[in-house]
Each structure stands twice: as C-alpha cells, then as structure tokens.
Design a protein around this ligand. Structure first.
Ligand SMILES: NC(=O)c1ccc[n+]([C@@H]2O[C@H](COP(=O)([O-])OP(=O)(O)OC[C@H]3O[C@@H](n4cnc5c(N)ncnc54)[C@H](OP(=O)(O)O)[C@@H]3O)[C@@H](O)[C@H]2O)c1
Length: 254
C-alpha cells in the first residue's frame, strides 16, 4: 500500500516542491491550503495517486481540528506530516496590523502545534512516521522589523527539538527545516524581496530537496545552504544584541 503524506501550504513554493518530491516517490497526497483551484490542478496532474484536497485557512482558530476530523472520517493513515504553511510580514511591530500578526502566529505556530498533536499519537502507536516542521534561519536570532515572524520560527525550532527528545527510543522522527531566503512567493507576501537578506535567495527546489533528504534520514535540524549554516553557527556564539543588529541590517534595502 502506498504511504500518505499531508502537506500544508501545498499550493506554492516549498510546499509545492514537496508535493512533487513525494509524488515522485509514489506517496498519496493530502493537500491543505486556501487555493482550491491550484490543489485541483495538482490532483489532476497526479491522477495515478490518491490525492485529497482540503481547502482550509489555517490562520482561523479550529481549522487544524477540522482538517484532522476530515482525515479521521476518511480513515486515512498519515505516514508523513509536512507542516509547511506559513508567512512573514516586514515592518515595525507597532505599525504592522495587529490582526495580521495574530493570524501569523495562528498559522506558523498554533496550527503547526495542533496538527502535530493530532497526528503524532497515531504515528507513536504504529511506531512509524515522520514529521517535517518548517522553521527558518530566522529561528536562530531575534528579527527586528520581522519581530513576530522570527519569534514564530524560534518557537517551531524549540518545540520540534523538544519533541525529538520526547521521542528518543521511538521510530517516529521529527525534523526541522531551517531555510534562509528562498525564491518562492514568500518574498512578495512578506515584502522582503528588495532587502539585503533576499539578494542571495536560494532556488526553492534545491531547498526542498535538501529538506527531503534530511527528513528521510531522520535528521534533527536541516539548515539549507552553506552560507546559512555558517550564519546559524555564528549566531550561536555572538551576543544576542549583536545578532539582532545584524538581522536589522540585512532586513534593510539592498
Ligand atoms: N521563502 C523563504 O525565503 C523562506 C525562508 C525560510 C522559511 N520559509 C518558510 O517556508 C514555508 C513555506 O513558505 P514558502 O517560502 O514556500 O512561501 P509561499 O510560496 O508563499 O507558500 C506558502 C504556502 O502556505 C500556504 N498558506 C499561506 N497562508 C495560509 C493559510 N492561512 N492557510 C493555509 N495555507 C496557507 C499558501 O497557500 P494558499 O495561498 O493557497 O493558502 C502556500 O501554499 C513557510 O513556513 C515559510 O515561513 C520560507
């Protein structure tokens, strides 16, 4: 029987790259995002696979539970969960819309936590399963001008690494993907395309492939690209006040 992967944010960027990688390996797909038309197109493209489309806005409270209920009703097993949906916003914290920032926390943090909570027990019961939580290199330092976004990604990394320890001795794996700037729709949604940090953005398919390999080998934290690996390492050893200044500098215009 084919394995099944649930991918949130499957309609563009990294999520869509994951759709292609998993489909290539014969996985049945459960797609979750808002853009139903795009998900229907994916379903048609992979008509040889079992593709389920769940149109859901995960920034709305209770949406993750509805996803879980729908899958439970279908009696589907989830072998791999890819918590990928997320977005960022650039600007001074107090000037950005509060509700949009709360929605970001709901999507990047709460929905990811809830989906992990719903699907982890069945993986533990079968002693098999993999979870990929998409964080960012933003997880390694405070991010002036993207304060809430960086904080959400720090949460994702901390939460996921804690679960790795809880799961030691189990065959269930949790991996955290930490990409740096990557060419997807993220840049235009977050309004960061013209910034220094985006001047050397990586190709999204390369980032997804590195993440896929890390996930399949059960790697704990996957930082994509050698410059990003070096940046994350440097951030560990410098005072937080200095790395915050660097983060503010790279968030500025090119
Ligand atoms: N690109 C980068 O530079 C970068 C760097 C580090 C980390 N990341 C992380 O990578 C992940 C994927 O982002 P991306 O770069 O691939 O960006 P993207 O191209 O904008 O894709 C974001 C995906 O999330 C979905 N999504 C957004 N809001 C949603 C909502 N409210 N409910 C359900 N789905 C929603 C979108 O689908 P719909 O619009 O159809 O809902 C889309 O499929 C995010 O967690 C992001 O923080 C990105």
């Amino acid at each position: 029987m084919n394995k099944t992967v649930l991918i949130t944010g499957a309609t563009s960027g990294l999520g869509y790259d994951y759709v292609k990688l998993f489909a290539n390996d014969g996985y049945n797909l459960i797609l979750v995002a808002r853009n139903k038309e795009k998900m229907q197109q994916i379903k048609e493209t992979y008509s040889h696979l079992n593709v389920t489309v769940i149109q859901k806005d995960l920034s709305i409270g209770g949406a993750a539970k509805e996803v879980y209920e729908e899958i439970k009703q279908q009696g589907a097993h989830i072998d791999v969960l890819v918590n990928n949906a997320g977005f960022g916003l650039m600007g001074e914290f107090d000037k950005l819309d509060l509700q949009e920032q709360v929605n970001m926390i709901q999507l990047n943090v709460t929905a990811l936590t809830e989906l992990t909570h719903y699907f982890l027990p069945m993986m533990k019961e079968r002693n098999s399963g993999r979870i990929l939580n998409v964080a960012s290199t933003a997880a390694f330092q405070p991010g002036p001008l993207m304060a809430v976004y960086y904080a959400t990604k720090a949460y994702v990394l901390s939460f996921s690494e804690a679960l790795v320890e809880e799961l030691s001795g189990s065959a269930v794996t949790i991996s955290t993907l930490c990409p740096g700037a990557t060419k997807t729709n993220f840049g235009s949604v977050a309004s960061v395309e013209g910034t220094k940090m985006f001047s050397r953005a990586m190709e999204s398919d390369l980032v997804a492939k590195e993440g896929y390999a890390g996930l399949m080998s059960g790697k704990r934290v996957i930082i994509t690209g050698s410059v990003n690996k070096l940046g994350a390492l440097t951030a560990k050893f410098l005072p937080r006040s200095i790395v915050a200044k660097v983060a503010k500098y790279v968030a500025g215009e090119k």
